[in-house]
Design a protein around this ligand. Structure first.
Ligand SMILES: CC(C)(COP(=O)(O)OP(=O)(O)OC[C@H]1O[C@@H](n2cnc3c(N)ncnc32)[C@H](O)[C@@H]1OP(=O)(O)O)[C@@H](O)C(=O)NCCC(=O)NCCS
Length: 168
C-alpha cells in the first residue's frame, strides 16, 4: 500500500527534535538525541524519517552487519544480515498502516542490497510490536534474559528471511 503525501527520507539532524518527541511518547526507556546522532552518523545504518506533509510521524532503521555476524547462526546459513534497530510511529498515527509502509521500505532497501536476513529485539510485553512483526513473518529465534534490566524484562529475538519473500 502507498500513502499519498507520505514520504520516507533519510533521517537528518533537523529531524531529531521531532524524533525525540515520538521516542519519548512511545518507549519506556527512550533513546537520547545524542544517541540518535551517533546512529545517523554510522555509515552502516540506514535510518528513515516518515513525513506526512511537513509532519514527522515515524521513523525506523537498520544496521547492516558485516560477515562476523555469522556467530548468530549455527550453520552460517545467513551471511548478509541486518539488525532492525528501531521502528516507531507517532501514537495518533498508529494502526493506520504507516508502520507497515515504513517497514516495507526498510526491508525492500535491505533486499535491494542483497541482505538475506533481518533480526531484532522486542520486549516480551510489547504485544502491539509482536503482532506487527508476526504479520511480517518474523518468528522467535531466541531470548536474551534481562535485556531490559530496569524492568528485569527479557527480550525476544525475532528473525526473518528476506530473500524470495514478497512484501506485505
Ligand atoms: C509497532 C508499530 C511500529 C506498528 O506501526 P503501526 O503503524 O501502528 O502498524 P500498522 O498500522 O501498519 O499495523 C500493522 C499491524 O501491527 C499490529 N498493530 C498495530 N497497532 C496495533 C494496536 N494498537 N494493537 C494491536 N496490534 C497493533 C497489528 O498486527 C497490525 O495489523 P492489523 O492492522 O491487521 O491489526 C507502532 O505501533 C509503534 O510505533 N509502536 C510503539 C513503538 C514500538 O513498540 N516499536 C517497536 C519496538 S520493538
Amino acid at each position: 500500500m502507498d500513502y499519498p503525501g507520505c514520504s520516507p527520507s533519510i533521517m537528518i539532524e533537523k529531524d531529531l527534535d521531532e524524533v525525540i518527541k515520538i521516542e519519548n511518547y512511545v518507549f519506556k526507556r527512550p533513546w537520547t538525541k545524542n544517541f540518535f546522532r551517533l546512529i545517523i552518523s554510522d555509515m552502516n545504518n540506514y535510518v528513515l524519517s516518515l513525513k506526512k506533509g511537513n509532519i514527522l510521524i515515524g521513523y525506523g532503521g537498520y544496521h547492516s552487519l558485516n560477515k562476523d555476524a555469522n556467530f548468530l547462526f549455527k550453520k552460517n546459513e545467513h551471511t548478509r544480515i541486518i539488525h532492525l534497530i528501531n521502528i516507531a510511529i507517532c501514537p495518533g498515527f498508529q494502526h493506520k498502516g504507516y508502520g507497515t509502509f515504513l517497514m516495507n521500505r526498510l526491508l525492500n532497501s535491505a533486499r535491494a542490497q542483497k541482505r538475506d536476513y533481518c533480526y531484532l529485539e522486542a520486549r516480551g510485553s510489547n504485544s502491539m510490536a509482536l503482532s506487527f512483526y508476526k504479520k511480517f513473518g518474523f518468528s522467535i529465534i531466541g531470548i536474551i534474559e534481562n535485556y531490559y534490566p530496569q524492568e528485569k524484562e527479557n527480550a525476544l529475538v525475532l528473525g526473518k528471511n528476506l530473500l524470495n519473500i514478497p512484501s506485505l
